[in-house]
Design a protein around this ligand. Structure first.
Ligand SMILES: Cc1cc2nc3c(=O)[nH]c(=O)nc-3n(C[C@H](O)[C@H](O)[C@H](O)COP(=O)(O)O)c2cc1C
Length: 260
């Protein structure tokens, strides 16, 4: 629940203007709160308050953290970074360090999400035997169904297009009745990708794994995806082994833009 520290609040109304759903109203001494049912808990009020006077469950709602200083050439660095982050599929035979993964998964809640729901749940699989079981279930499924047979063809050649040589696989699931779980998960996953790459961990979206895990009940059961949830994303991750990218290649597909 949002409330205000009466000692700190100067009733400037900045939080009232910052609230995207008009949950805050101007009050006598401090703003008033229209009710929890309207609040999406985005904390814009706390982010905008110049006095750190907004409370969440009676505790300060703004972290004791100063905003990073963005260097003047940051946009150039960011653009360069975005053009050099690649999908990695060949990894050293060790899982990603647990603390780092925990850190980036926790930071992923700073991604935007529909009505700030953050519906995504994460399953991290570092267990090699479990990854092999999943792979074998997928191979059995594609051979039996005749769908995506290239997975089996490539696997026989020693190329695993489902999870590369990853010893860490992250699977993201969310309840299907959230407002926009597919998009929320995709944004969080891409932010995780960018953070991991910045820490020297390569990753690759695992689209085959996402799609096939949803249709093979044994995989859902094995990894514990609850009823009413769908897997909306998966990624292979690890320390790149033998994959080095030295240039920014052309992106063959130009974006189609309609200026209106
Ligand atoms: C939704 C999605 C699903 C993907 N699924 C797979 C996959 O199952 N296996 C794979 O090797 N790469 C997969 N990729 C990686 C793409 O092939 C890769 O992003 C694309 O070729 C561009 O290469 P780059 O990411 O290095 O720029 C996927 C990417 C996305 C966004």
């Amino acid at each position: 629940m949002i409330s205000f520290d009466k000692e700190k609040c100067v009733n400037c109304g900045i939080c009232v203007d910052a609230c995207p759903f008009s949950v805050l109203l101007r009050g006598e001494d401090v703003p008033s709160f229209r009710g929890e049912q309207y609040c999406i808990k985005c904390m814009h009020c706390a982010a905008a308050c110049p006095k750190k006077a907004v409370l969440w469950n009676d505790q300060p709602a703004a972290l004791e953290k100063s905003l990073p200083k963005i260097p003047d050439d940051f946009s150039e660095t960011l653009e360069g970074y975005l053009q050099t982050v690649r999908s990695y599929r060949n990894f050293k035979p060790v899982p990603v360090e647990k603390e780092l993964l925990k850190h980036v998964l926790e930071l992923s809640v700073w991604s935007p999400s529909a009505k700030n729901q953050h519906p995504t749940n994460w399953i991290v699989i570092n267990d090699e035997a479990k990854l092999l079981t999943i792979m074998n279930l997928i191979l059995a499924y594609v051979k039996e169904s005749g769908n995506s047979l290239e997975i089996a063809d490539e696997y026989e050649k020693g190329n695993n297009v489902v999870m590369g040589s990853a010893k860490t696989v992250v699977i993201a699931h969310a309840r299907t009745n959230a407002i926009n779980p597919a998009v929320d998960t995709a944004i969080a996953m891409q932010n995780i990708t960018l953070m991991l790459n910045a820490h020297g961990v390569g990753s690759c979206w695992a689209g085959y794994l996402t799609r096939l895990s949803n249709v093979i009940p044994e995989i859902r059961e094995l990894i514990g995806v609850p009823e009413g949830h769908q897997i909306f994303g998966a990624m292979m991750a690890g320390y790149p082994d033998g994959e080095r990218y030295l240039s920014v290649p052309v992106r063959v597909k130009e974006p189609k833009i309609s200026w209106q």
